[in-house]
Design a protein around this ligand. Sequence first.
Ligand code: AVJ
Length: 319
Amino acid sequence: MSPFRLTRTLPEDTTGAALRADVREGLTGSPRTLPPKWFYDARGSELFEEITGLPEYYPTRAEREILRVRAGEIAEASGARTLVELGSGSSEKTRYLLDALTGLHTYVPVDVSESALALAGRALAAEHPGLDVHGMVADFTAPLTLPGTPGPRLVAFLGGTVGNLLPAERAAFLASVRALLAPGDALLLGTDLVKDEQVLVRAYDDAAGVTAAFNRNVLSVINRELGADFDPEAFGHVAVWDAGREWIEMRLRSRTAQTVKIPALGLAVDFAAGEEVRTEVSAKFRQDGVRGELASAGLELTRWWTDEEQRFALSLSVA
Ligand code: AVJ
């Protein structure tokens, strides 16, 4: 049994074609938008890791506290023999679950980044001899076919990344997760919670400006991949709380009237002074809202755990 193997389900040119389509659609739409997935090139991933250590950015610390304190209860409630982690990234938080799931046979980390998967997958396989680690290079927001592995399965989607999906996208995503689950399987979902506006805004607009650099980095990705001539410094970082929709919005605001050329798309995009591009929504949740969204997808919320300060929640739901 090879302790670590990798399956690719992304066609080779995925990032090129998808980036071109997203940028064309997003920058010619109104409001102008860019999907947050394009933040995460090597530099963006580095900046995000730095964000997770910022004093203002509480979600990672809060979720880690829940996993550290509740991993035993989660393992006991799920009894999983396979752990599937969507958007596994560095799998740093996964260790709490892997240590607690004593009957685990297979770990299936799923991520678009083959390098992150290979690094984390090999390390975890070495740390857990006897555990079969099967990495999948895939976009978890697209329909997924999981390898046949022993049940029951626990599908984990941590970090609050579900909040990056707009409500309709979230409904489709949860329905696709439900379709993956057999009776006895479960979903472990990380959700950031509604709280004081200033605490939320500061978490997305830190004093050191790391989040501002993370936000602007998407312009450098488009420059590099599509030959565009964005000047990232010509755009200001904006983080606002939309109280009606209960989500944080990150935007890039054009400081002046300017035109940006994107040769790979044959586009020249005019920005008025003050015009904004929405680069990310990060939805914040309430328990009843999570229960309702899971129920709409055919999932029953059975357990709800928060950190001491009730900033973040992990929920367990069953098919
Ligand atoms: C990794 C998507 C959960 O939405 O809080 C961090 C990304 N954006 N700071 C989040 C992010 C700005 C983060 N997620």
